[in-house]
Design a protein around this ligand. Structure first.
Ligand SMILES: NC(=O)c1ccc[n+]([C@@H]2O[C@H](COP(=O)([O-])OP(=O)(O)OC[C@H]3O[C@@H](n4cnc5c(N)ncnc54)[C@H](O)[C@@H]3O)[C@@H](O)[C@H]2O)c1
Length: 353
């Protein structure tokens, strides 16, 4: 049995379908914030639960854990910093410790794949410096943003647990910014956002200078990497951190690329620069060679087919008539709406807007 936390999310929903297709038994623990993307399946168990209240029973019969649940971008982490720390750090520690106890009690290795992010490489620095540094797993990281700081802390938590329990086998996967279609779609990720804007407005807007770098990754390569990491020998991965990136793009270059690709659909998409808003210096260029050199895994898939696929889905109305106004596709819009409407004044105090 493979336990997938956050298995109903953007990455998780596609990953769970793939694990089932490969014949595995899968248990999903999720709060189903964005709905339930699954049809009933005899090898799939769904638990509507909160990882902050993790139950050891969720580990019954489990040989591998893929830990995806939590807040998954900067805006949500900044909007709800306490929820971010609880979900991304404290819950990760609790799950890692529970998994280690479970592994020790069954006397067998239990693999623990932690969803980390290339955002840990971003910390404020001069633009010149950011533009010349290629980040590898060997470089020290000191993220300062709420989201990336807690993702880094989560990495340290699982490594600390691994020091004490030999049967606990964590692997850290720092994924680039993902693009592509998923049963639980996100339109708040740069390629998906640009494609939505191109479709809706006939233009893509780049804020600031557009020179910032982003490491990008196809969602299916993310899924394949998790499936691959489940089965490689533990001595080549235990406690190891891997970047997972297809290619780094400058944001402006990416906008032009989306426009160029969509010419294949007969669309004339303008690229607009809005210099009144800056994206700060959030820029990071990440090297993803290690996972290829060590494990032979390569994130090969490019953006072109995803841009066309998402465009065609939008044309067919698969995301409704006004996806740009549907909070389910934008984590921050969804969280703002839900936290404020469900928790009321008392909890709102802990939210810093
Ligand atoms: N999407 C990306 O570009 C990207 C890039 C790098 C890393 N990551 C990481 O990968 C993971 C998955 O990202 P995603 O894009 O699928 O995110 P997502 O927001 O689509 O999915 C997160 C899932 O976790 C669930 N969840 C959140 N808090 C929970 C809690 N306390 N208890 C139980 N369930 C909870 C939500 O209901 C949701 O289904 C995250 O850890 C994210 O930080 C994502």
């Amino acid at each position: 049995m493979i336990l997938v936390t956050g298995g109903a999310g953007y990455v998780g929903s596609l990953l769970v379908h793939e694990l089932l297709a490969q014949g595995h038994r899968v248990r999903v623990v999720d709060r189903f914030w964005f709905g339930d993307p699954f049809s009933p399946h005899q090898r799939l168990e769904l638990i509507d639960g909160d990882i902050r209240e993790f139950s050891d029973a969720w580990l019954d019969d489990v040989h591998s854990v893929i830990h995806l649940a939590g807040l998954s971008n900067d805006p949500t982490a900044d909007f709800a910093p306490d929820l971010n720390s609880e979900s991304n750090v404290l819950a990760t520690r609790i799950i890692a410790e529970a998994t280690a106890r479970h592994a020790a009690s069954v006397g067998k290795e239990v693999r623990f794949l932690l969803a980390s992010t290339c955002s840990v490489y971003y910390s404020p620095a001069s633009t010149d410096e950011l533009n010349v540094r290629m980040m590898t797993e060997l470089l020290p990281v000191a993220p300062t943003a709420n989201y990336s700081k807690t993702k880094r802390m989560a990495e340290l938590e699982v490594l600390r647990v691994a020091d004490r329990t030999p049967e606990f086998c964590p692997v850290i996967l720092r994924k680039g910014t993902i693009f592509g279609a998923s049963p639980r779609m996100r339109f708040d990720l740069v390629v998906n956002t640009f494609t939505l804007h191109a479709w809706r407005k006939g233009e893509v807007t780049v804020h600031g200078h557009g020179e910032a770098w982003r490491p990008l990754l196809h969602i299916r390569d993310a899924v394949d990497a998790y499936a691959h990491l489940l089965w490689v020998p533990s001595d080549s991965v235990r406690g190891v951190t891997f970047n997972l990136v297809h290619k780094n793009y400058r944001v402006l270059e990416l906008a032009h690329w989306v426009s160029e690709v969509l010419q294949e659909r007969g669309a004339d998409i303008k690229v607009r620069r809005d210099r009144s808003m800056t994206n700060g210096s959030r820029s990071y260029y990440v090297n993803g060679d290690k996972i290829t050199e060590r494990l032979g895994f390569r994130a090969d898939r490019g953006t072109r087919e995803s841009i066309l696929e998402i465009w065609d889905q939008l044309e067919r109305g698969e995301y409704g008539t006004e996806p740009e106004n549907n909070p389910h596709y934008f984590n921050i819009a969804w969280l703002k709406q839900t936290l404020i409407s469900e928790t009321g004044e008392g909890i709102r105090k802990e939210v810093v807007v």
